[in-house]
Design a binder for this molecule. Structure first.
Ligand SMILES: *[C@@H]1O[C@H](CO)[C@@H](O)[C@H](O)[C@H]1NC(C)=O
Ligand SMILES: *[C@@H]1O[C@H](CO)[C@@H](O)[C@H](O)[C@H]1NC(C)=O
Ligand SMILES: [Zn+2]
Length: 590
């Protein structure tokens, strides 16, 4: 192994050796030289010549400044509206408010709003009509919101709520949530502790589909605004809400229409920042880390289609269409994408936050991460440690999973066609084209071996002469390829505003005084939220639910499965978060 560039860093010697550079004093130079010599010595093996693999001068650690690698802000609380914020916080802690909040969310869960794959247009597919009763429910549950905010229905069931601010020069805050839920598999209904659309409150948790994803977000926003209106708060900065209705089936009818409406009404870059569902906070090592997602991975489903001559299976070729497809798929799995942790990516920033601020990070990992700021070798060491966590590894790299397969119609007929779909989640530092290229190259040799005319994403790759035995075709299966989202900058004051709001909420909810009880670190989404349609509205998009997301997995709390539920106290904390955010944003000046 040859030492990577950064490993050879011995800065003082190289610069001081330069003849034009004047050294400050000979004595100092001697001391420095000695130190470097010692550092160098410990990096040589017994033979005294070859560098020890993995040996990095500890000089690298001296330059490490936690605040540079992962700046943390203090809790941010409203100034002008501090009394209101405090009073609201007290209200949120009362049993009376808890009863109201539980009823607000439970009532929303009791109106089922499932969205299904491949639904027809609104107005044609009758399954959309479930949103009528849901809108009726919201109207009844939040009277002040509906009498004060301007409500626009977009593509019938999409809702935009505009709360005008007194200062039209201030960019409004944009809050997003989705009204739909994933359907409940009828076979699993009796496995739920409480029926999936009961909205049952057992004294601790609110149960049912949507209680967490994402009616908790939607109802927390409306509960917050209803409460602010009851306190006669009038914002200086506008607040706009956008509620899609098919997020769980990619937002084609909901958020896609809403984004058009918002762009036409407000224009590009018209919003201060956007908060939608996403990461939460969780125990990591011995600390609590909040991870608002500042990016989303890209996406492409690659359809691998093989055709070859059919016929009676009594005289079979050595490889049928299905056999060939199978070999292609085996080849896929034998050649996964190599994930690579790179500086300048959110997952690298996240790991630097762990190293800089989170107690209990293993010494070896912390040291490697600190050195990784400059040393490529240390970065690979850190990567090795971090990738032991499968979910971290999957978030960093482009992933692939063969999720669909089809072929053959009859046991005595050779299949003329067989196909499979490979689902890719694209690394934030990669692209749709890079994935297309890699997949295309991957199958080229086998295509030639099996004498297939090979077309990938519209380009003829091999078998141009038209004499091939069969065909291999790669396509974007549903035409839904999506680039990784633009990364919301973390050195922006908007990110600081969000971070300070998270801290203030977390501390106030637990009556904590110290400022370091929660660390804010950027995260990413491996799936896509409605924000995929909102890129043009603001550069500052944060996918974040202020609730405990368990051990870092988005699927805790029964989200998308049996027993979905939310702790009532966690839901109250979400309300506290949105009220803190709205009041903080109201006083925020860039
Ligand atoms: C649902 O919750 C009950 C306990 O309330 C538990 O016994 C059951 O295993 C859970 N089901 C699933 C699938 O998690
Ligand atoms: C490919 O298949 C075609 C059609 O069966 C055949 O004519 C041709 O000789 C084959 N080429 C090779 C290299 O096997
Ligand atoms: Zn959701």
């Amino acid at each position: 192994m040859s030492p990577a560039k950064g490993d050879a860093l011995l800065p003082s010697t190289t610069t001081e050796a330069a003849p034009t550079k004047k050294s400050p004093s000979a004595g100092l130079r001697l001391v420095k030289g000695l130190l470097v010599g010692i550092a160098l010595w410990t990096c040589l093996n017994a033979a005294g010549l070859a560098p020890v693999p993995g040996c990095v001068s500890d000089g690298l650690l001296r330059d490490y400044k936690a605040e540079e690698q992962c700046p943390q802000v203090s809790a941010v609380t409203p100034d002008k509206n501090n009394a209101l914020w405090t009073a609201l916080g007290e209200t949120f802690s009362t049993d009376a408010f808890k009863t109201r909040a539980v009823e607000w969310l439970g009532g929303a869960v009791r109106v089922p709003t499932p969205s299904f794959d491949k639904m027809g247009p609104v107005g044609e597919d009758p399954r959309w009509e479930v949103f009528g009763p849901f809108h009726d429910y919201l109207l009844k549950a939040f009277p002040l919101v509906h009498s004060t905010l301007e409500v626009t229905k977009v593509n019938t069931w999409g809702s935009v709520y505009a709360w005008k601010g007194s200062d039209a020069d201030l960019k409004p805050l944009l809050l997003a949530a989705h009204q739909d839920v994933v359907p409940v598999n009828p076979d699993t209904v009796d496995k739920w502790t409480h029926p999936p659309f009961s909205g049952h409150f057992d004294g601790e948790r609110i149960w049912g589909r949507g209680s967490s994803d994402d009616k908790s977000g939607l109802i927390a926003i409306l509960s917050t605004i209803e409460s602010l209106l009851e306190s006669n708060f009038q914002p200086a900065r506008g607040v706009v809400l956008t509620f899609g209705f098919d997020e769980e089936t990619s937002g084609l009818h909901g958020a896609a229409s809403l984004s058009k409406h918002l762009l036409e009404t407000y224009g590009e870059n018209a919003f201060l920042l956007l908060v939608d569902e996403g990461g939460g906070f969780a125990q990591e090592y011995d600390g609590v880390v909040a991870t608002p997602a500042v990016a989303e991975k890209g996406y492409i489903d690659v359809r691998v289609d093989v055709t070859s001559p059919g016929g009676h299976s009594s005289v079979p070729p050595s490889h049928t269409t299905i056999g060939i497809l199978s070999q292609l798929l085996v080849h896929y799995e034998a050649n996964p994408y190599e994930p690579r942790l790179s500086r300048g990516t959110p997952m690298y920033w996240k790991s630097q936050c762990l190293a800089a601020h989170v107690p209990g990070v293993p010494h070896k990992l912390r040291k490697a991460l600190k050195k990784a700021v400059k040393s490529d070798h240390a970065l690979r060491e850190a990567q090795k440690e971090l990738f032991k966590e499968k979910s971290f590894r999957a978030l960093v790299g482009t992933t692939q999973a063969i999720d669909l397969i089809s072929g053959g119609v009859k046991t005595n007929a050779l299949p003329e066609e067989a196909w499979a779909v490979v689902n890719h989640r694209i690394a934030t530092d990669s692209s749709v084209d890079a994935v297309k290229e890699q997949d295309t190259a991957l199958l080229k040799t086998l295509a030639q071996e099996f004498n297939l005319s090979y077309t990938a994403f519209g380009s003829q790759i091999t078998g141009k002469d038209g004499t091939a035995y069969g065909t291999l075709t790669l396509t974007d299966a549903w035409g839904t390829a999506l680039e990784p989202a633009p990364i919301s900058p973390i050195d922006a004051p908007e990110y600081a505003l969000l971070s300070g709001t998270i801290k203030a909420t977390y501390n106030a909810h637990r009556s904590l005084k110290e400022d370091n009880s929660i660390v804010i670190a950027p995260g990413i989404m491996s799936g896509n939220t409605d924000t995929r349609y909102y890129w043009a509205l603001t550069e500052h998009i944060y996918r974040y639910n202020h609730h405990n997301s368990g051990n870092g997995t988005a699927l805790s709390n029964g989200v998308h499965t049996i027993n979905e539920s939310i702790d009532a106290d966690a839901f109250l904390e979400m309300i506290r978060f949105f009220s803190t955010l709205i009041l903080n944003a109201d006083e925020y000046t860039a």
